[in-house]
Design a protein around this ligand. Structure first.
Ligand code: S3P
Length: 190
């Protein structure tokens, strides 16, 4: 079973995904990084040179490849859930999909605070950055909810807290998913 994370930019998919993969002792794969490695281009370059619709095709291809694997923790790009077929491909192959829910203020704060990813991420609209985040979160929420098996709130919660909630669902999913080792460490804010 793959553990799949969906949600808007700044919802913590990479941070939570890496922490989950450590706790579960599974490999973490970031779908965007997979596409960048395959194409030799950054996501921003793919958008600029070939347009968003070409990126969406590459994204669906990558999801096809990743969903055929097993026992991975996979973080998808923020737009992957817009195509329900992407979610179906994960589910058909036994993936469990977690929607990391984030409000516009927290998402904006996290995106702005992350200089490297901020310069790597193409703008999705020509709106000002906060309006884009707010409107896109509103627009996409029904898609995330439809695609997800489980919705997990992330606002105001520590990484450890969110990871622990996801692990509970993963353990409930079946005997293949061994309980992770419990490690005591300070809560890290998202
Ligand atoms: C996108 C989010 C990005 C990346 C691409 C498109 C989106 O991933 O896939 O820039 O449509 O929201 P992150 O959510 O990791 O930033």
């Amino acid at each position: 079973m793959n553990v799949v994370l969906i949600g808007f930019r700044g919802s913590g998919k990479s941070t939570i995904g890496k922490a989950l993969s450590e706790r579960l002792k599974r490999e973490f794969i970031d779908c965007d990084a997979w596409i960048e490695k395959r194409t030799g281009l950054s996501i921003k370059e793919i958008f600029e040179k070939h347009g968003e619709s070409h990126f969406r095709t590459l994204e669906s291809q990558a999801i096809g490849e990743l969903s055929a694997m097993d026992g991975k923790v996979i973080a998808t790009g923020g737009g992957a859930a817009l195509k329900y077929q992407n979610m179906q491909v994960f589910k058909r192959n036994g993936g469990k999909i977690f929607f990391l829910e984030v409000g516009a203020e927290a998402a904006f704060r996290r995106i702005q605070g992350d200089e490297t990813t901020r310069s790597r991420r193409p703008a999705l609209t020509d709106k000002d950055p906060f309006t884009e985040v707010k409107e896109q979160i509103e627009f996409r929420r029904p898609y995330y909810l439809k695609g997800a098996d489980v919705t997990v709130e992330t606002d105001g919660r520590s990484v450890d807290d969110v990871v622990t909630e996801i692990l509970r669902h993963v353990q409930d999913a079946g005997p293949d998913d061994k309980p992770p080792e419990r490690r005591d460490h300070d809560p890290v804010p998202l």
